[in-house]
Design a protein around this ligand. Structure first.
Ligand SMILES: Nc1nc2c(ncn2[C@@H]2O[C@H](COP(=O)(O)OP(=O)(O)OP(=O)(O)O)[C@@H](O)[C@H]2O)c(=O)[nH]1
Ligand SMILES: [Mg+2]
Length: 233
């Protein structure tokens, strides 16, 4: 299921209608809010498009404010709605939105471009911003190096990225939103987070407001040898 909407500065979407209890037994669907953060042009929009829509968009423009994409996944018989917040990387398009990004977030995806060293070195600024918005330390975070299809242009060695990920207690995924053969790896980024969040039994159903209980488990590296994460499911 793919849906998309945009919130510009200050706005919010209406609540979607719930199921009609007269027609079917009410089954609550948990919603996990996952934000995607990083420099402009690293491929956040393309990655979220790949996960939610299964394709690589032919043409993208700089994200303004935030674009929402959703995908409903089923894990161990439970339907879970993954609400992906594709944030703007350009300061001028994000400054009035930053509070909204971090409010009640369940998981954070930090993205850099493997062909652009500055997008990697800027990660520390993004992490500082995240920490500065009172995101609980146990909210899972992952690191994503995108554009791995551009093999001849790689500037950020995997070993460096892995060291950084380790230092910040994050899993590292190196992938490409563009290469269809990498699509499973893109899915793995989000599914890994969903699996981890699902394991938080105390995480109740919620809408996009009201932050519930904190995740209880520490992030852990799933695949030390390759440096690439994989879904534990
Ligand atoms: N080769 C290659 N190009 C990519 C990949 N992902 C994204 N791009 C290209 O990188 C450019 C920027 O992609 P976006 O997804 O719009 O970047 P963004 O991070 O959302 O940028 P902002 O919205 O400004 O923050 C576009 O020209 C994409 O086609 C990838 O995996 N490989
Ligand atoms: Mg974008």
């Amino acid at each position: 299921m793919l849906s998309q909407s945009r919130m510009a500065a200050g706005g919010g979407g209406g609540r979607p209608p719930g199921p009609d209890p007269a027609l079917e037994p009410y089954v609550q669907t948990r919603i996990f809010k996952i934000i995607v953060i990083g420099d402009s042009n690293v491929g956040k929009t393309c990655l979220t498009f790949r996960f939610c829509g299964g394709t690589f968009p032919g043409k993208t423009e700089a994200t303004i404010g935030v674009d929402f994409r959703e995908k409903t996944v089923e894990i161990e018989g439970e339907r879970i709605k993954v609400q992906v917040w594709d944030t703007a990387g350009q300061e001028r398009f994000r400054k009035s939105m930053v509070e909204h990004y971090y409010r009640n977030v369940h998981a954070v995806v930090f993205v850099y471009d493997v062909t652009k060293m500055s997008s990697f070195t800027n990660l520390k600024t993004w992490i500082e911003e995240c920490n500065g918005h009172a995101v609980p330390p146990l909210v899972p975070r992952v690191l994503v190096g995108n554009k791995c299809d551009l093999k001849d242009l790689i500037q950020v060695p995997s070993s460096l990225a892995l060291k950084f990920a380790d230092a910040h207690n994050m899993l590292l995924f190196e992938t490409s939103a563009k290469d269809p053969q990498e699509s499973q790896n893109v899915d793995a980024i989000f599914m890994c987070l969903v699996c981890r969040l699902k394991a938080q039994r105390s995480l109740p159903c919620r809408d996009t407001e009201g932050w519930p209980a904190q995740p209880q488990s520490q992030p852990r590296r799933l695949d030390e040898a390759s440096g690439k994460g994989s879904c534990p499911c």
